[in-house]
Design a protein. Structure first.
Length: 549
């Protein structure tokens, strides 16, 4: 068929450019609103909420904490394809293309509204974007095909893209583009005008999207700095024990015993870090209580503060994975506030809620027994970083983060497992999530080549944790040999990880494997039974293959 394929191609480009205009205007406008009003963030957030639990697991396994970037890149790709299709359709049916693009905008607006922290006002950026993009699409299609093409709209037989291409000869510019060989000076000029217009608008769109992203980055980092300067953490009433130097195994490649804030793993469903205004923040405690409580940040900071070292672990952590971090937290015991509110009989759970709608179900006893469950404001001597829940989050020793560690905390509802279900529990994960005993080899890395030292020895090292129970022993097996007792760095508390090391004195050159297992403080050996992270945490012994050269 001698249809002007070029015209269809340029229609697709027009669709993509109009789509870019939509996003660019909306993202730029969203700078004046909350970060969750940006359509990309809202659509991504809605997607995160509806994907089946296995997908989250798979994405985290494949991409780790790059999961958010992967999601945005995939969304961008899908969006480019959709807008290209809409543009192509617009070759024959401009009104339909306009309606479809407006429909995409409307869908994004609906998804913006589903976000917990958004209000009706937050649809405005996407509305602006759509209001600019739809006329832009019509204009661009007109630029590609010329005004004559509109005459083909609705004409018999012109109801498909193929037909549009066929009838495109009715449209001087389109024909010129497609035929190419006829190339009169006029046609060439018309073609050049089209391309220049499209590329110009496209370039402006790309610049605007980049500008919006940079703008968001700058405002976000400014805000974080301003917030951090806003208050000085109170001194703890109860201090955490000092950390002896031996807690750190000094071996190249070992993680720091205390994880620096900027290296601390981050896992959450929030595509844009919620920006919580500390002046407007308050925590509401309600449900099965004698007396509802509401406490603002100034009042919270007046409460007696407890400092505790606690190792946080994600239920999605695979065997040998790095979704665990150890920090010194500062906060008010949850117990203190629950006692003040007066927990009523029959309650067995506290549903904590984040400003972004995330919820976690924590067994009541984990918040009222003597462990250091905190309403935390400090992390390693600083106010909580925005990514880790500023201004206030929960930290509960011994439970995976998804059932306990609510960031950007706003609400505690005293309730019953029978009556309320938390975010991940409605998505196939277990309602309760005690942390399983785990151990991992950090040195060597998989497939590393090690050189034995002058004595023919190789140093191995790693990490083990069993929050609340503590770690009493770590054993290491090389190839099919005997289990050897590893040397433990100091255990600081039962809620913190321990580092281990082993000097393998008679390291033979060649390929080897090292397997590690821990015994908890109650004398229970870590299970060798392999389990995937879903529904209640991975298990199994970690093995690393390496070569001695
Ligand atoms: N608001 C909110 N809080 C949240 C989550 C979340 O998705 N949203 N994820 C939880 C999970 S699954 C984990 S493992 C921890 C991780 O805390 P971190 O990002 O500070 O390491 O936060 C918990 N708190
Ligand atoms: Mo998690």
């Amino acid at each position: 068929m001698t249809a002007p394929r070029g015209a269809a191609r340029w229609s697709a480009v027009a669709g993509v450019v109009a789509g870019l205009v939509l996003v660019a205007v909306a993202e730029l406008a969203s700078l004046a609103f909350s970060s969750s009003s940006a359509p990309f963030v809202a659509v991504g957030g809605a997607f995160v909420d509806i994907v089946p639990p296995g997908v989250k697991d798979l994405v985290i396994r494949l991409f780790g904490t790059w999961d958010k970037l992967v999601l945005f890149a995939s969304m961008g790709a899908v969006y480019l394809v959709l807008t290209a299709l809409i543009g192509r359709l617009g070759a024959a049916r401009r009104a339909l293309a306009a309606v479809l693009l407006a429909g995409l905008g409307a869908l994004a607006m609906a998804l913006v509204l589903t976000r917990a922290q958004n209000t009706a006002l937050d649809v405005l950026p996407t509305l602006f974007g759509t209001l600019v993009a739809v006329p832009a699409l019509l204009l661009l299609l007109r630029t590609v095909h010329g005004p004559a093409a509109s005459g083909t709209e609705g004409a018999p037989g012109a109801d498909g893209v193929g037909a549009a291409e066929g009838t495109g000869t009715a449209d001087g510019a389109g024909a010129a583009d497609g035929a190419g060989t006829t190339g009169s000076a006029d046609e060439a000029r018309a073609r050049w005008t089209r391309r220049r217009a499209l590329l110009g608008v496209g370039a402006v769109g790309v610049l605007a999207v980049v500008g919006a992203a940079v703008g968001r980055g700058i405002t976000a980092s400014r805000e974080v700095a301003a917030r951090a300067a806003r208050y000085v953490l109170p001194a703890p009433r109860t201090s955490a024990p000092p950390i002896p130097a031996e807690a750190q195994v000094e071996l190249e490649g070992m993680p720091r015993y205390l994880t620096p804030n900027q290296d601390f793993y981050r896992i959450d469903t929030a595509l844009a870090v919620p920006r919580v205004d500390p002046a407007a923040w308050s925590l509401r405690i309600h449900g099965l209580v004698d007396q509802e409580l509401e406490i603002d940040l100034a009042a919270l900071l007046e409460e007696p503060m407890v400092e505790a070292h606690v190792t946080l672990t994600c239920v999605s952590n695979a065997v040998g994975g790095d979704l665990a971090g150890n920090a010194t937290w500062l906060g008010v015991p949850v117990r203190t506030l629950l006692e003040r509110a007066g927990v009523q009989d029959g309650a067995d759970m506290v549903l904590s809620r984040s400003i972004d709608g995330f919820t976690a179900s924590t067994p009541l006893e984990a918040l009222t027994d003597d462990r250091d469950s905190l309403i935390a404001v400090g992390m390693n001597g600083e106010p909580l970083p925005a990514e880790h829940g500023y201004p206030v989050r929960m930290v509960v020793p011994g439970l995976y983060g998804y059932v306990s560690a609510t960031k950007w905390l706003t609400e505690l509802k005293v309730t019953r497992f029978e009556d309320d279900v938390a975010y991940w529990s409605t998505r196939g994960w277990s309602e309760r999530g005690p942390i399983k005993t785990a151990s991992r080899v950090d040195v060597p890395r998989s497939f590393a080549e090690l050189e034995a030292d002058a004595d023919g020895a190789v140093m191995l090292g790693g990490t083990a944790w069993a929050q609340q129970r503590g770690v009493s022993a770590v054993e290491v097996r090389i190839d099919d040999g005997q289990w050897r007792e590893a040397q433990l760095g100091a255990e600081v508390t039962a809620d913190t990880w321990v580092q281990w090391s082993l000097r393998w004195g008679d390291a033979e050159p060649g390929d080897h494997s090292v397997t590690v297992r821990a015994t908890d403080g109650e004398g229970t050996l870590q299970t060798s039974q392999r389990a995937a992270p879903a529904p209640d945490g991975a298990s199994g012994w970690h093995t690393v293959r390496f070569t001695v050269v």
